[in-house]
Design a binder for this molecule. Structure first.
Ligand code: NAP
Length: 303
């Protein structure tokens, strides 16, 4: 069994930054990623609030982070962690490919998309139902779509789709958006259509999506013809591994950490969206740096 000082689970912004710090501190470290490095960061169409870049896409930033991280650590993509068990002096990590030993663990698995849970959503996933405008928007150029949700993601992705030449309407279940004011103003400036106080009740189609059933808050239903639906209604932390380790979670199922990113289990740390908080890329990076430094300090003091 290959042995490491620190194993980091998840190669999003938190995991990659933790890896950069761990590697530069001299810890033998490995980052395990179930798919490709970058996490949900890859799907951010553009950011105007990441210091140092007036405007940058998540894809560009995450590629840079990955290249930088690989100078300092071992990164294994397409290798999902299936279980972590506490053993003497550390942890045994079982992945889809092999087992590892680590003295400390940093959990940085991020979050997964929240689903609408309506009829047709599963059936048409990839056939008109999408959770990522950055990935799939181009397929809907000159076509008609709705995007569901009233948060930053929904509005940001609506702007991205509009810029691509997609005919996009935002559908939100309330009277007002919760997104930041500057995004709301952009939506108005661009005359992007909105339907408030309405929820999607069903997604219909044949081979691909053809329409949705919307219901307003008075119970009135209407069917509108569309070619696609983007779901941007937030996300849920990926906490299955944490639950198995009896790590303490808050009411939103996010891992509880202290200011040093320590969980309630010694030598297990958590960083990024999985630990809740502001859910911004810059914060995930900051927490990754703190988690790696805490792990390094704790391991140094242990010996
Ligand atoms: P979010 O802020 O949680 O917003 C989710 C939206 O979806 C809300 O408007 C919510 O409605 C709606 N919603 C939830 N469940 C729904 C359902 N079952 N049916 C219909 N609508 C539903 O999620 P997010 O936009 O993905 O953002 C997540 C975090 O990332 C936030 O902290 C956000 O600030 C951050 N973020 C920041 C930026 C940035 O550039 N600053 C960009 C993207 C994301 P209600 O309003 O009724 O709750």
């Amino acid at each position: 069994m290959k042995s490491y000082d620190i194993i980091i689970v998840g190669a999003g912004p938190a995991g990659l930054t933790a890896g950069i710090y761990a590697g530069r501190q001299g810890s033998k470290s490995l980052v395990l990623e179930k798919s490709v490095a970058g996490g949900l960061g890859l799907e951010i169409p553009s950011m105007e609030n990441y210091p140092g870049f007036e405007i940058v896409s998540g894809l560009v930033l995450m590629r840079k982070m990955k290249l930088q991280a690989q100078k300092f650590l071992e990164l294994r993509e397409n290798e999902a962690v299936e279980n972590i068990v506490k053993i003497e002096n550390g942890f045994e990590i079982s992945t889809t490919k092999r087992k590892y030993f680590a003295k400390a663990i940093i959990l940085a698995m991020g979050k997964k998309y929240r689903k609408l849970g309506v009829d047709g959503e599963k059936k048409f996933a990839g056939l008109g139902v999408s959770y990522c405008a950055t990935c799939d928007g181009i397929f809907f150029k000159d076509k008609k779509v709705i995007i569901v949700g009233g948060g930053n993601s929904s509005l940001q992705e609506a702007i991205f789709l509009d810029n691509l030449g997609v005919d996009v309407t935002i559908v939100h279940r309330r009277e007002n958006f919760r997104a930041e004011q500057y995004l709301q103003e952009k939506i108005k400036d661009k005359n992007i259509k909105t339907i408030f106080n309405s929820e999607v009740k069903e997604i219909k189609g044949d081979k691909t999506v053809k329409s949705v059933v919307l219901e307003d808050n008075k119970g009135n239903q209407k069917i509108i013809g569309i070619d696609g639906i983007f779901v941007a209604i937030g996300s849920l932390p990926v906490i299955e591994l944490a639950k198995n380790l009896n790590i303490e979670l808050n009411n939103d199922n996010q891992i509880i950490t202290n200011k040093k990113q320590k969980t309630n289990i010694p030598f297990i740390y958590a960083a990024g969206d999985i630990a809740g908080g502001l859910q911004q890329l810059i914060v995930a990076c900051g927490e990754g740096a703190i988690a790696a430094t805490s792990a390094y300090n704790d391991l140094e003091n242990k010996d």
